[in-house]
Ligand binder design. Sequence first.
Ligand SMILES: O=P(O)(O)OC[C@@]1(O)O[C@H](CO)[C@@H](O)[C@@H]1O
Length: 408
Amino acid sequence: MAEGTAHGPEGGTDHGPRRAPGRDARVILGNVPGSFARSVLAERHPALIRQVRGAFPYGPRRHQALDALLEANNNGVIEPLAPSEPGHEQWSVWGRELFGRSWFDAPFLWAESYFYRRLLGAVGYFGTGPWQGVDPFAPFKQAELRGTAVDEELRALDALADVPADERATALLRASVWGNRADLGFRVTEGAAAPGAAADDLVADDSAQLWRLLAAKTGSTVAVVADNAGRELIPDLILIDHLLLHRHAERIVLHVKPYPYYVSDAMTADVVECLRRLVAAPGEAGRAGSRLWDAMATGRLEVRAHPFFCAPLPYEEMPRDLRAEFAAATLTILKGDLNYRRLVGDRMWAGTTSFADRTAYFPGAVAALRTLKSDVMVGLEQETLDALERSGAAWRTSGTHALIQVRG
Ligand SMILES: O=P(O)(O)OC[C@@]1(O)O[C@H](CO)[C@@H](O)[C@@H]1O
């Protein structure tokens, strides 16, 4: 399937021009029949409401609020937050042109972000009652972190102990990339490729440039913008330990979400859970956990939770303080699909659009580590794109492919 034709590689119906070059590429909306974005709003969000409802013994008020959110999501229009709700003013600005429209007609990125904000409101996360601060996704995160798959992944680190440093570095970087496939939101609805079902394929691999940027420099700070907790954050932390241990960075700032988001996104509490899991593990994993614990104490590893990470905005609109932080970093590593969408813009870009051009606004060197779980794609070689399109597979959205893209 050639770029820009009406029928998508995932067998979608007539979408109009799917991808266009330059800044005019179409913003992804949820209203295109057969599109991935539409399936998230129409299937994944209702399934998520069902799962959260089933995971807690909520009382009638919470059930009513969840019913109302489900009805609004399926058939209603986007309503502003009540004036008493935290974030009311901010969301009034962000949603100014969208209130009164169907959720499906809003930009996909905006609609998803607002859905999570509304879900947290429905379960009383921001209220003053007993459910205040209770992460509605915690049961799923905990089940994953306690699972035997994590034990196996941690044990596998022992086998890396004696391999040459550069091989170990490659393996740890890859583990962090593929860790992004373990995304609980991605597995809410049936049909999503289960972790482990991937054709271990990197569609772009700028890892040599990444290691060059990370070549030992005194006093360097690396920013890591985390994505999911649990099975993604564990390999991210192991990679962070490697970077600190081998002085690829003097200091690392790990950016997490300030509140629960996109089902399994990491918050400070999730970092703590992962560190506890590591420290309690035998062998290499335990040693890495202890070093990371110490690094937190000495300030070599620092966790931040800036509100911008839960904003429905692209990184191009990041606030000045965050811009200054990223500008001061040797490299900013952005994990995951959502960060990628926010980095390059949530649009139907032509797949060969230059990654360097799309990220030229970013205040410093930037690397994206992501498995492909949405339609957004830039920076591919024409040959690679052609081969992927010819495959007829749902390569853009199924998590079977991944990338390491870097702009120095
Ligand atoms: O950022 P992550 O965790 O890699 O991916 C999040 C994600 O799977 O969730 C959305 C669907 O809910 C997708 O658009 C997006 O790709």
